[in-house]
Design a protein around this ligand. Structure first.
Ligand code: AMP
Length: 404
């Protein structure tokens, strides 16, 4: 399949060539023709699947085809500032210079440059809900001419408590519009929301929510909580020159860990919701450019981050939501590259491990020969042949019943 098969016009084909996309990703193949046909879309896709271009390319094409007076005609809502900035950048790559104008609207920075951009006139607004509502309330933004509305990372948006803000924004949109909702997971709350804002949508799926990318080598380290830091340093000695994204459960643990690593002369930065936008952007830039080898993040801060060539994802703490595991490890092995995901599991995290293995329907291979192996549960820790997750167990027992 090529981009030419997707009903994109010559300007868009030149744009994808210019940015170096040789071949459409699965979500692009599935979504672009339907969007160009004017259909509402509900897309189950993770960041890393190429979903931004899946909606940005057809939106830019349609906006350019029917140009009129400059007004806000496309609105993309994203849960985090970083994601809004990334999406805005992607629009910048595809729109022809001087033809379409776009702006990212998010909090944590002064509103004046955003207001000035709005006053000059824009076609596309990419925003987080809070600042958008602020500027709407101040009269700087009107949404009554919106033709295209994208709700990105809908599941995270709801997890972060934005449902009322999102609903307030949607009430201000024209009824007649094309709507696209993207979400990594489809819990009932997201399904309810999509039923209320989409009309006869086409469902497009790139990564079913329980699958993990095949190119990611996953490993599990059983370790006592108090030894996790030593184990991390031990691993980083090997991987120190590469880009390593480490996840902790809390902001406090992210801060402490980054400090400890720096003390051990491993350049590290922490990124989480308590940091100012400037500090977050700086930490991200330092990591992207390779100045810091290790970025320590919490789930919310890392959600949707588009960082090239992350070589390792390390779950310093296992996530309590199994879907977050899939999401976290999806930060590596992006756009066809390979990657590794290491997960540390202490005795209290066993319950989370079970949930993860049930979701991904496979046991994570155990590293049985590291120096900090947990003494809490040696028989299971040392044996790679742990009980398979429940989904497999059921399948196996059915199979053996059939065989007998
Ligand atoms: P996204 O899922 O939209 O965050 O995209 C993840 C990364 O894949 C971004 O760095 C995009 O620039 C890149 N990307 C998107 N589409 C393609 C494509 N067709 N070929 C190669 N890279 C792509």
């Amino acid at each position: 399949m090529t981009f030419k098969n997707l009903q994109l016009n010559s300007a868009m084909l030149r744009a994808v060539k210019r940015v170096g996309y040789n071949k459409p990703t699965p979500i692009q193949v599935r979504a672009i023709p339907h969007i160009l046909n004017g259909r509402d879309i509900v897309g189950c896709a993770q960041t890393g699947s190429g979903k931004t271009a899946a909606f940005a390319l057809p939106i830019v094409q349609m906006l350019e085809q029917a140009r009129g007076l400059r007004r806000i005609r496309a609105l993309v809502l994203a849960p985090t500032r970083e994601l809004a900035a990334q999406i805005d950048e992607e629009f910048g790559k595809f729109g022809r210079e001087k033809s379409l104008r776009h702006v990212a609207i998010f909090g944590g920075v002064g509103q004046q440059p955003q207001v000035s951009a709005l006053k000059r006139g824009v076609d596309i607004v990419v925003a987080t809900p809070g600042r958008l509502l602020d500027l709407m309330d101040q009269g700087f933004i009107r949404l009554d001419q919106i033709e295209f509305f994208v709700l990105d990372e809908a599941d995270r948006m709801l997890d972060m408590g934005f449902i009322h803000d999102v609903k307030r924004i949607i009430r201000r949109l024209p009824k007649l519009r094309q709507t696209m909702l993207f979400s990594a997971t489809m819990p009932p709350t997201v399904q309810d929301l999509s039923r209320s804002i989409l009309i006869d949508p086409i469902k497009v799926e790139a990564n079913p929510q329980s699958t993990t990318v095949d190119t990611i080598a996953q490993s599990l380290y059983f370790v006592e909580r108090s030894e996790k830091r030593a184990l991390l340093k031990h691993i980083l000695r090997d991987a120190a020159s590469e880009k390593v994204l480490v996840f902790t459960r809390t902001k406090h643990r992210a801060n402490n860990l980054a400090k400890q690593l720096n003390r051990a002369r491993i350049p590290a930065e922490a990124i989480h919701g308590n940091k100012s936008q400037t500090a977050r952007t700086k930490a991200l830039e330092q990591f992207k450019s390779g100045h810091t080898a290790v970025l320590v993040a919490t789930d919310i801060a890392a959600r949707g981050l588009d960082i090239d060539a992350v070589s390792h994802v390390i779950n310093f703490d296992l996530p309590n939501l199994p879907e977050s595991y899939v999401h976290r490890i999806g930060r590596t092995a992006r756009a066809g590259a390979s990657g590794a995901a290491f997960s540390f599991c202490d005795i209290d995290e066993r319950k989370y491990l079970n949930g993860i293995e049930e979701l991904i329907r496979q046991p994570i291979p155990v590293v049985a020969d590291h120096p900090y192996i947990s003494a809490i549960d040696p028989p299971q820790a040392k044996s790679p042949a742990r009980k398979p997750p429940r989904a497999n167990r059921r399948r196996r027992s059915r199979r053996s019943r059939r065989a007998s």
